[in-house]
Design a protein around this ligand. Structure first.
Ligand SMILES: [Zn+2]
Length: 354
């Protein structure tokens, strides 16, 4: 079965101010690395051209007036939502195609037409709240897809793992009261990075209590810390939750060369997380796995990381790169303490430990 790579030229036409890090070049670099490796000619990789999303699917996650506002300011040629989050004439089209691509991707996986997918889209989505565009995001693509899986496909357990360097506040709030979507985020500590949320005591509420798990990492945390988190927290959580579908918010801004963040992962560390996520999907979810692009502002890290995601999804050897970074011991110690605390306090995990 094929791996779907969701891409549309419109994703490169949404553009913010000159020199903005969330630029079309990010996707061009990703496509160039994938092309240069020869995968675009591989019959096991299917380029999926998305259709615009049915807006009724979006209204589960965002207000209608808010979506109308994005369409109107795009049709007027542009406008600012925050000083760093703005629309141009193409933003609305790109946003509805990105959200539509996510739904197309998960529908094809559910129907057995593809085995997994990478939605290589812009604008990204995980910061977008119910009626608020910010952090370069307008429509929360992964939240729209997760909601579709629950409401339209009848799934009871969807796991979202978000390893973008920033906390996915919008995704968290979309499912904060739900026990059908488990949201797990690993990100740079909100005391040191936008958007300033995603602390361990944010665990969900009501029926959703325990179904939000945040692991705020110390600046400089890298391969060792993330490996500890996957082995000790993410995999056990998957054992308890038994997801029927795994969705990943992928952000290559967790790479040590990213200019907006201070984490310490290398391409091999990111590739190890991808292998683990695929293993979780295979063990629990019949392999159902879809990646959604969020951030990543170093163009080479974008390219190398995107290539590695596609290789892992296709099941071909993952290209090794020579980037290296050494995590310091203080970071590792901090992560171990954070994990111990999470194991004792996260409701889903503390039940297991008892
Ligand atoms: Zn990010």
């Amino acid at each position: 079965m094929v791996t779907d790579l969701v891409f549309h030229e419109a994703f490169t036409k949404h553009e913010m101010s000159m020199g903005h890090p969330e630029s079309p070049e990010r996707l061009r670099s990703a496509m160039m690395y994938i092309k240069r490796a020869g995968h675009l000619k591989d019959p096991n990789l299917n380029i999926l051209t998305p259709m615009p999303v049915d807006l009724e699917e979006v209204y589960r996650i965002h207000g209608k007036a808010y979506i109308d506002g994005i369409r109107e300011s795009s049709s007027r040629g542009g406008g600012f939502y925050t000083p760093d989050t703005e629309v141009n004439a193409h933003t609305y089209e790109a946003a509805v195609l990105a959200a539509g691509g996510g739904i197309d991707a998960v529908d094809r996986i559910m129907a057995g037409k593809s085995k997994n997918a990478f939605v290589l889209c812009r604008p990204p989505g995980h910061h977008a709240e119910y009626e608020r565009a910010f952090g370069f995001c307008f429509i929360n693509n992964i939240a729209v897809a997760a909601s579709h899986l629950v409401k339209e496909c009848g799934l009871n357990r969807v796991m979202i793992v978000d390893y973008d360097a920033h906390h996915g506040n919008g995704t968290q709030s979309a499912f904060y009261s739900s026990n059908r979507v488990l949201y797990v985020s690993l990100h740079q500590d909100g005391r040191t990075l936008f958007p300033g949320s995603g602390f361990p005591d944010e665990m969900g509420k009501g029926a959703g209590l325990g179904y939000t798990v945040n692991l705020p990492m110390y600046p400089g945390a890298g391969n060792i810390s993330y490996d500890l988190a996957f082995t000790n927290v993410i995999e056990p959580l998957a054992e308890v939750f038994r997801p029927e579908f795994v969705l990943v918010s992928v952000g290559f801004d967790c790479h040590y060369q990213d200019s907006l963040t201070s984490l310490g992962l290398t391409t091999s560390g990111i590739a190890k997380m991808n292998a683990c996520l695929k293993g979780i999907a295979e063990t629990h979810a019949s392999g159902r796995l879809a990646y959604f692009l969020e951030g990543g502002y170093n163009l080479d890290a974008m390219g190398m990381g995107s290539l590695n995601v596609i290789e892992e999804l296709m099941g071909v050897p993952v290209t090794e790169f020579s980037d290296t970074y050494t995590e310091n011991d203080a970071c590792t110690r901090y992560t171990k303490t954070l994990i111990d605390k999470t194991l004792k306090t996260a409701p889903l995990l503390s039940e297991v430990i008892k």
